[in-house]
Design a protein around this ligand. Structure first.
Ligand code: MTE
Length: 309
């Protein structure tokens, strides 16, 4: 394969051609039969359910899309649904840079082949003490990393959200709740774990803006704030990158942010969670690593999870 540095590579360039063509054929047929009537600009998306899904009961869609954190649009839970509609998400491109062999500006559509899309049902456990079960549609972040080809010195992945004050009202004015851009990071092995996905949809449709359209991270064994929305940059770096909530309050929010019922937030317990949409008083015990201990505990063997919270 011939690769020029700084060029734009498509997913098809690194997928064996035969697989690529087969996927295209599959998708052509699927797309013709599966386009669902969309709501408010959302487009139908078809994807087979991944066995990595939880079988827990889904949170009703109106909660998933109506009770959000997206501080670029306000700090209230209803602000994102009310104000994110003005965000333009087409066209969208993502800069991939830093310690990679194939840096470039990639169109969103070139980050995945349509046949790569899967439905992944994951529980999102928010550090605030509530949780939802969401049918995401996305693809493994590891595919994008493979396309970018990290250099051997790369040890972390840094992510950045869009800065566009004209469309994101809390990025301008006197009260700005956070420093912009919103930034997040993962260790490279966490980023490459098969559970880690980039989502472009939920509930069978393209992502509503309030959920981080058109591309957001989902890391199911970490608190919800790690799942950075409306991503415009993915950088491979050597040192642990800064993360928004850690910058805001390092004592309360660490870099790792693994769901851990045994390590309380300094101001409240993390042992139980309120089940959003589950009715009055519905709650459940929070599970270590949000239930994914078998798959991810080994990433942290020998680490003091109280210190590296
Ligand atoms: N990403 C950006 N850019 N800005 C934000 O304010 N909030 C985070 C995370 N990603 C946030 C963000 C927090 S605190 C949570 S709990 C989840 O998004 C919420 O995702 P959801 O609204 O889709 O449930």
């Amino acid at each position: 394969m011939h690769i020029r540095s700084g060029t734009t590579l498509k997913h098809s360039d690194v997928t064996p051609k035969r697989d690529w063509l087969r996927r295209r054929e599959f998708l052509g047929a699927a797309a013709a039969s599966a386009l669902l009537p969309g709501s408010a600009g959302a487009m139908g998306l078809m994807a087979a359910r991944s066995p990595l899904s939880t079988d827990a009961e889904l949170t009703p869609r109106e909660y998933v899309t109506g009770y959000n954190n997206f501080y670029e649009f306000g700090v209230g839970k209803e602000d994102p649904a009310a104000y994110a509609g003005r965000l333009t998400t087409k066209p969208w491109s993502v800069v991939i840079d830093g310690l990679v062999e194939n840096p470039g500006t990639y169109a969103l559509e070139d980050l995945y082949a349509p046949g790569d899309l899967e439905e992944r049902i994951y529980r999102l456990r928010c550090v605030e003490g509530w949780s939802m079960v969401i049918p995401w549609i996305g693809f493994p972040l590891s595919q994008v990393l493979a396309m970018a080809e990290p250099q051997s010195s790369a040890r972390y992945v840094a992510f950045e959200t869009l800065v566009r004050p004209e469309e994101m009202p809390k990025q301008t004015g006197l009260f700005q709740p956070l420093d912009w851009p919103y930034v997040e990071g993962l260790r490279l092995d966490e980023a490459a774990n098969p559970l880690t996905i980039l989502a472009i949809g939920l509930y069978g449709e393209t992502l509503p803006n309030q959920n981080g359209a058109p591309l957001r991270l989902v890391v199911p064994w970490k608190y919800g704030y790690k799942s950075i929305k409306s991503i415009v940059r993915i950088s491979l770096v050597a040192e642990q990158p800064p993360t928004t909530w850690n910058i805001q309050n390092a004592r309360e929010y660490g870099f790792y942010s693994n769901v851990n019922p045994e390590v309380d937030h300094p101001r409240w317990s993390q042992a139980v969670e309120r089940v959003i949409g589950g009715g009055l008083g519905a709650q459940r015990d929070t599970e270590m690593f949000n239930g994914y201990g078998d798959q991810v505990a080994s990433l942290y063997s020998g680490m003091d999870l109280r210190k590296f919270h």
